[in-house]
Write a protein that binds this ligand. Structure first.
Ligand code: G3H
Ligand code: ZN
Length: 287
């Protein structure tokens, strides 16, 4: 089955594919092992910073190796790619999906560069999935105190309809009350009615992606998926699991100098977070 087959099933049956970021082998191992255990199709992604650390070609080679070893539907996404050069580099390296994220630019400029990205990507790989982003999803994948979401940040359904029709994207990341990262002194509030309106405006063959999954409740995920979300991105929560486990490991064995012995507990900690999310997303046993 292709990515689009899975997206179609997810959309029709009201579940969501999980997308988790990685920048080192411990995270990708935790993601793939958990997905294989739970028999779930899965996306891994690298942001620009993450792929600078792991390497663009290296990320593609790692995913290929994990796919062969575990035999599960596993795909690599170039998350939040903010330049056309970056889009080209990821497409040429063999990424399965690209998020062409020009959402910081004015609408017409976002539309033009996203369309250019779709044309380039599809000319090189007819199977590739391209996602665009419209609206302003604030925040970074880390702990933050307060983020104030403004009404003008939110994606307008009529703009979304024009954006997907003119760019040719397969998926859209809307701003629907979500933020990147976790806020400790304010609260995220997902606007499920807006998700439903956007889904209706873009049509059943365009799949909606919820970014900024960390910090959201099970009820938030369920209402977002019910309203039309077909993929959820998680990063901060696995970053925190990694960091906390690493600190504990170093504190408990201060004389340990073997890297894999220090790092092994981080895989276990990330697997726990990933498994809980996949169960909420409803993607288990969908292979
Ligand atoms: O693209 C990455 C995600 O949107 C991650 O968001 O760090 O809030 O989980 P998060
Ligand atoms: Zn994101």
């Amino acid at each position: 089955m292709t990515i689009k087959n899975y997206l179609k099933n997810a959309s029709n049956e009201k579940w969501a594919l999980g997308h988790f970021n990685f920048s080192e082998i411990e995270a990708i191992r935790a993601i793939v092992e958990t997905a294989a255990d739970l028999k779930t199709p899965i996306f891994v992604g690298t942001s620009e910073g993450e792929r600078k650390h792991v390497g663009v070609k290296e990320a593609a080679a790692l995913v290929k190796a994990f796919r062969e070893e575990f035999g599960i539907p596993l795909w690599l996404n170039a998350d939040h790619t903010k330049t056309f050069e970056g889009v080209k580099e990821a497409v040429d390296a063999g990424y399965d999906a690209i998020l062409a994220d020009f959402s910081a630019l004015p609408f017409e400029e976002n539309l033009r560069l996203t369309k250019q990205s779709v044309e380039y990507a599809k000319s090189k790989n007819s199977e590739i999935i391209v996602e665009g982003e419209l609206g302003y999803v604030r925040g970074d994948s880390k702990l933050q105190k307060v983020i104030e979401i403004k009404s003008e940040d939110l994606t307008k359904p009529e703009e979304a309809a024009r954006f997907v029709a003119e760019t040719g994207v397969d998926m859209l990341a809307p701003a629907v009350g979500n933020i990147h990262g976790i806020v400790t002194e304010s609260k995220e509030k997902i606007d499920a009615a807006r998700i439903a309106d956007i889904k209706k405006a873009v049509g059943e063959n365009i799949y909606l992606v919820l970014h900024g999954g960390s910090g959201l409740s099970e009820a938030d995920f369920k209402s977002a998926i019910e309203a039309g979300i077909s993929m959820v991105h998680i990063n901060t929560e696995i970053r925190i699991a990694f960091t906390e486990a690493l600190k504990k490991s170093l504190a408990e064995s201060p004389d340990e100098t073997t890297p894999y012995k220090i790092l092994d507990p981080t895989v276990v900690a990330m697997e726990e977070v990933i498994g809980k999310k996949l169960k909420i997303f409803g993607s288990i046993n969908k292979i």
